[in-house]
Design a protein around this ligand. Structure first.
Ligand code: CTP
Length: 409
């Protein structure tokens, strides 16, 4: 049966992003029924939401016609999941207080389904003691509250409070619809002040693809987005580590508290990794190009009109992970990643031995292509294989960092 969500849209500037969220959910075959708060209606129109969700939009509690056609109790229970997005400071406060003074809060009180709140608000409002209290209350009431993104806000200030990207919200919704909500709720909460298991440790991470120049305008690359490596860097920094993130060319913001070194090619990445040593742990997530053009032309290679294609000779790049394993400065814990399309675990075991690292985090890119939001990983080590369920990349990151912290403790 197709899954359905009830989407409550609060009154903030991020409400316009609900439109994109609905479009992505519908594309994945997830049914959406929208409930528009009075504030939300200042930012998006019921007509937009109805057109995108292909469903009628509910706004008023005391609309008699609504009550005859669809009682609010029934509306609150016919979905598989209730999503509040954006969840404003006011809406979170009313939810935490158990108020039922409009249709949205009445539904949230009446529902017997899991609830996901996706906050978006000004940084000061998000960090205010009252909001902290309300979020803690909601979490202890069993509501899943997503962490907002950090960055520049509509109001011009900078910090946590931005609505997460719609793709990340969809990934979380899908995980909850698949029944993985409990696993997500069990994620370690590194953001709390007294939980900094990597304090005093240096964690070195590589991420993204490398670009290998053929001539000044062309290069060899791969599909790595850098998302998983950046999520691991963010989780390590949240866990209190000093983090050096050596990144190939990606379009991602630097996670808070992370020292980022941008590189292009595998050889530049190898040099940046060496320069960042010593480290307590190194996690090599980058999809390093195995080969580069043997000679990079100094000027653009031109067609000569003969129809002959130019020869492209390749040279092997240094293996950064294997080199680090042999280095006198080998970090205490050395972790490699492996994206595989087939025989995932067998290939990972072979890679573990070949590279001389402690763990290989293997993921099946046939099931979750590179660049996506979810990862199903197997942690392969000398002592066995630990297979995790399919999780959003930030959840994989937190779980991995908790495992790293266990070893370094
Ligand atoms: N890696 C590296 N330097 C390279 C190639 C890979 O540091 N030149 C690291 C990656 O960051 C990753 C791990 O090695 O942590 C495995 O990468 P992968 O590309 O899967 O390994 P390869 O040795 O290239 O194996 P394959 O034959 O599967 O391509």
């Amino acid at each position: 049966m197709a899954k359905r969500i009830l989407l409550v849209i609060g009154g903030g500037i991020a409400a316009y992003k609900a439109a994109e969220l609905i479009r992505l959910l519908r594309k994945d075959g997830i049914g959406v029924t929208c409930v528009l708060t009075e504030g939300g209606a200042q930012f998006v129109t019921p007509l937009t939401l109805a057109a995108l969700s292909e469903n009628r939009v509910y706004s008023h509690l005391f609309d008699l016609k609504d009550e005859v056609e669809m009682g609010h109790i029934q509306l609150s229970r016919q979905a598989d999941l209730v999503v509040v997005c954006p969840a404003t400071a006011d809406l979170l406060a009313r939810m935490a207080g158990g108020l039922a003074n409009d249709l949205a809060t009445t539904l949230l009180l009446a529902t017997d389904k899991p609830v996901l709140a996706v906050p978006a608000m000004n940084v000061r409002m998000w960090l205010h003691a009252a909001t902290r209290r309300n979020v803690a209350q909601l979490k202890s009431d069993g509501v899943t509250v997503m962490e907002p993104d950090e960055g520049e806000m509509a109001c011009g200030e900078y910090g946590p409070g931005r609505l997460p990207e719609p793709e990340a919200i969809v990934a979380r919704i899908k995980a909850m619809l698949a029944g993985d909500g409990a696993a997500l709720d069990a994620q370690p909460d590194f953001a709390s002040e007294n939980h900094r298991p990597l304090y005093g440790k240096h964690v070195l991470i590589t991420a993204g693809p490398t670009h290998e120049a053929i001539d000044p305008v062309r290069y060899i690359a791969n599909r790595s987005s850098g998302k998983q490596g950046f999520a691991i860097a963010a989780a390590a920094a949240e866990a209190g580590a000093r983090v050096t993130l050596v990144s190939g060319p990606v379009a991602l913001p630097t996670p808070p508290g992370v020292i980022r070194v941008d590189v292009e090619s595998a050889r530049e990445m190898a040099a940046a990794v060496e320069a960042a040593l010593p480290a307590d742990a190194a996690i090599m997530v980058a999809a390093v190009a195995d080969w580069r053009a043997a000679d990079c032309a100094a000027t653009k290679i031109k067609k000569d009109g003969s129809g002959q294609v130019p020869p492209l000779a390749l040279a092997e790049n240094p293996d950064i992970l294997a080199g680090l394993a042999q280095s006198p400065q080998r970090p205490r814990l050395l972790v490699g990643f492996a994206a595989e399309t087939n025989d995932v675990i067998d290939h990972a075991k072979a890679k573990l031995a070949r590279k001389g690292c402690d763990w290989i985090v293997a993921n099946d890119v046939a099931a979750d292509p590179m660049g996506g939001e979810l990862n199903r990983v197997h942690i392969v080590s000398a002592t066995g294989v630990d297979s995790w369920e399919r999780l959003p990349k930030d959840a994989v990151a937190k779980q991995l960092i908790a495992k790293v912290a266990d070893v370094l403790r």
